[in-house]
Design a protein around this ligand. Structure first.
Ligand code: SF4
Length: 237
């Protein structure tokens, strides 16, 4: 298998990972990644959604004390904090970091007015997600994401190993070939904890002001920033 690829010395190696095993290439990508990137140079940026539960279970098979970072915007549902607690209890050696933005919600309100997410969600995401994540990820050679190709048209061309121009490093997406049904088959088969909002028509879960349940015919991210025209928080664009 290939050696580490870096932003500065980029080469496309996604085709070198076979996808015909039972994890559709995910375990192979993770085994390679944790072998070639130094421990302090790779992190999983996790939302603790359904894909994250699969990824965490796969990651801990490869690296039991892997570093996982969660963007704690202070605007998440209680159910999200609850599943993080359950995952930490199930996998106590994982190092879960709750990364907070520089501004508290009160400070953001004083500086930009109340409910910034309604008036300028891009600014709110920049403050509470993109800047804190940049602080973490820009210092790493590689980061892991749970993106799947079928999630939305904006993610249809994602590769296993991607050059990330936003953070000037490598973005690894082991689950690109997984379907939503396969994610849930895995969670149920292994009886893993998951966010209880998934049982209430929330396939994709972010901050509570910007997340709505979806109908059966919507794409899995249709409930995020619904009606605003915004489709991504800015981490993947
Ligand atoms: Fe703000 Fe909504 Fe972005 Fe959360 S998802 S940071 S509340 S705009």
């Amino acid at each position: 298998m290939s050696n580490a690829v870096t932003y500065e010395e980029w080469s496309s190696i996604s085709d070198t990972f076979p996808v015909d095993d039972k994890t559709k290439g995910a375990l192979g990508v993770l085994e390679w990644a944790y072998r070639v990137y130094p421990e302090n140079q790779i992190v999983y940026a996790s939302s603790f959604g359904a894909e994250a539960i699969v990824l965490i279970d796969l990651i801990q098979q490869v690296k039991h004390d892997a570093h996982i970072v969660f963007l704690d915007t202070a605007l998440h549902f209680p159910e999200t904090y609850d599943v993080i607690k359950k995952i930490q209890e199930k996998f106590p050696t994982l190092r879960i970091e709750m990364k907070k933005p520089e501004l508290s919600l009160d400070e953001q309100r004083e500086k930009f007015g109340s409910a910034l997410w309604k008036r300028d969600p891009n600014k709110c995401c920049e403050i509470r997600k993109v800047i804190p994540l940049r602080e973490t990820l820009s210092a790493k050679q590689a980061w892991i994401s749970g993106l799947r190709r079928e999630q939305s048209p904006t993610r249809a061309n994602t590769e296993f190993v991607n050059k990330d121009d936003k953070f000037k490093n490598i973005k690894l997406c082991p689950l690109i070939h997984w379907t939503w049904d396969e994610v849930w088959d895995y969670i149920r088969e292994k009886d893993l904890p998951y966010n209880q909002l998934h049982d209430q028509n929330y396939p994709s879960i972010g901050c509570f002001p910007c997340t709505q349940p979806v109908g059966d015919d919507g794409d899995s991210r249709a409930g995020r920033w619904s009606g605003s025209g915004k489709t991504e928080c800015g981490l993947h664009t």
